[in-house]
Write a protein that binds this ligand. Structure first.
Ligand SMILES: Nc1ncnc2c1ncn2[C@@H]1O[C@H](COP(=O)(O)OP(=O)(O)OP(=O)(O)O)[C@@H](O)[C@H]1O
Ligand SMILES: [Mg+2]
Length: 253
């Protein structure tokens, strides 16, 4: 069987005004089914660019894929039509964004939003979906009585938890988490990581975990890739890379 996600020799450029800047210089990454890959690297290294490329969500006109290929489940993402892309983004890959505000609709209560995601994916009555939404929100530590609140009534950390519940609602085959817990306090962080671990174990979904925190990677991931200035400088099992780092940058971590 083909790997779930296969990125080959990916090149991406950003155009700002007249200048173009290379963000990715020939990235190769593979995520097998059920595997968790950690992606680390300093700010500006290209981590979010990899995630957005996999979803074909680079900012239009500005971010351009100039070479390489991306296969999801053996199919070329870059050649997918609108319908297949929607299907992939909605059902198969979920992304938890660095900025949780952008992913929530201000006009619906959090309970409604999670229910809507669930009903898009499964044939459930409104009542059943609401019950499932409540379970998901409780799982990420949001009390029942807050289901009818709107996003603006939540703190940043709470909104991030709602975003995580929404991302889990469709049982994704691949969950991409871009620094999902940086804004949260340590206790909640630990709960959310536990949740992701469980998700991986129970549903054998794959995970791409983007983080600066090597502890998180050691805890959650089997493989790790280190990116530096748009190039993967180290890639292997967590054990290999952590016990025998080859590159000076990784040694410094
Ligand atoms: N919309 C954009 N327009 C122009 N340049 C961009 C844009 N988005 C990213 N870049 C540039 O591309 C490079 C990679 O950015 P990217 O956001 O992928 O890094 P990152 O590893 O996710 O960083 P961070 O850890 O800060 O989130 C950086 O040099 C960044 O300035
Ligand atoms: Mg980023």
């Amino acid at each position: 069987m083909a790997p779930l996600l296969e990125i080959k020799d990916l090149h991406v450029e950003y155009k700002t005004g007249r200048a173009t800047a290379k963000a990715l210089n020939g990235i190769n990454l593979t995520i097998e089914r059920g595997e968790a890959l950690g992606l680390v690297g300093e700010t500006g290294a290209g981590k979010t660019t990899i995630a957005l490329s996999a979803l074909k969500l680079l900012p239009r006109e500005v971010g351009n894929i100039t070479g390489g290929s991306i296969l999801f489940d053996g199919k070329s993402v870059l050649d997918m039509n609108h319908k297949s892309l929607e299907e992939m983004r909605g059902n198969k890959i979920s992304m938890i964004f660095q900025n949780p505000l952008s992913s929530l609709n201000p006009l619906f209560t959090v309970g409604e939003q999670i229910s809507m995601v669930i009903r898009k994916h499964e044939k459930l009555s409104k009542k059943e979906a609401a019950k499932r939404a409540q379970e998901l929100l409780e799982l990420v530590g949001i009390a029942k009585y807050r289901l009818d609140d709107f996003p603006h009534q939540f703190s940043g950390g709470m909104r991030q938890r709602v975003g995580i519940a929404a991302a889990l609602a469709c049982n994704p085959e691949l969950l991409i988490a871009d620094e999902p817990t940086t804004a949260l306090d340590v206790t909640i962080q630990a709960q959310i990581l536990e949740l992701m671990k469980e998700l991986q174990r129970k549903r054998s979904s794959s995970l791409l975990m983007i983080t600066h925190n090597l502890g998180i990677i050691a805890e959650l991931c089997q493989k790790v890739a280190v990116i530096y200035a748009g190039t993967i400088i180290e890639y292997g099992t967590v054990e290999e890379v952590f016990t025998n780092p080859r590159h000076w940058y990784t040694k410094g971590l």
